[in-house]
Ligand binder design. Structure first.
Ligand SMILES: [Zn+2]
Length: 197
């Protein structure tokens, strides 16, 4: 078992063999962690939030659910989920996101760069768009189909565990938004535990 602290507004990539598990812990509570992964043996195959929602026929992805790739292959199974509320709709924050909403994108840390840079260090090509599973992010859809982002429901120490169904390179980014409710107006670290099969 190996433990890692991902400091606030940073990311880290991990190589997982099929059968190994990754646990993401919200140490202080109300902090989103972006989760993205690629097939270690085929970098053109990667996690797809859209395909995962399509296969489940639901936006509610939690314990016993499967995360799928863009090629509709099982990539991870969620084996533990303390919170049960995660976002499958919102793309990675990137400088343009901060420009759009807050006019402060230049030099702002962001999940798009955190994930791309950490994946590139393990030989994965740059992604032009990144649609992660936003762990602990609390989005909901109203009856008028508008989207509401509330502070995460995660309490200190709440965790989610995902078991790899294929060899994968995973990146976790402690989301950098301090300007809104996404992380309850404060960026915080998260912990990652990697365990063998
Ligand atoms: Zn982010």
């Amino acid at each position: 078992m190996k433990e890692y602290i991902i400091e606030k507004q940073t990311g880290r990539a991990f190589e997982l063999k099929k059968g190994e598990s990754i646990t993401v812990i919200d140490i202080e509570g109300k902090q989103v962690a972006d989760f993205f992964a690629v097939n270690a043996n085929n970098h053109n195959e990667f996690f797809s939030a859209g395909v995962t929602v399509d296969c489940k026929e639901s936006l509610l992805i939690t314990k016993d659910d499967i995360l799928y790739t863009n090629l509709y292959q099982a990539m991870f199974t969620i084996t533990q989920d303390d919170v049960g509320v995660h976002d499958m709709m919102i793309p990675c924050c990137r400088p343009e996101t901060y420009d759009h909403f807050y006019n402060n994108g230049e030099g702002h840390s962001n999940c798009f760069d955190n994930i791309n840079q950490n994946l590139q260090e393990l030989g994965v090509p740059h992604f032009n768009t990144l649609q992660p599973m936003n762990l602990f992010m609390n989005t909901s859809i109203t009856s008028e189909k508008t989207i509401v982002i509330d502070p995460p429901l995660s309490k200190p120490g709440d965790r989610i565990t995902l078991k790899a169904e294929m060899d994968a390179i995973v990146c976790i980014s402690a989301c950098s938004v301090s300007e809104g409710s996404c992380n309850n107006w404060e960026c915080k670290p998260v912990k990652v535990i990697i365990e063998g099969a």
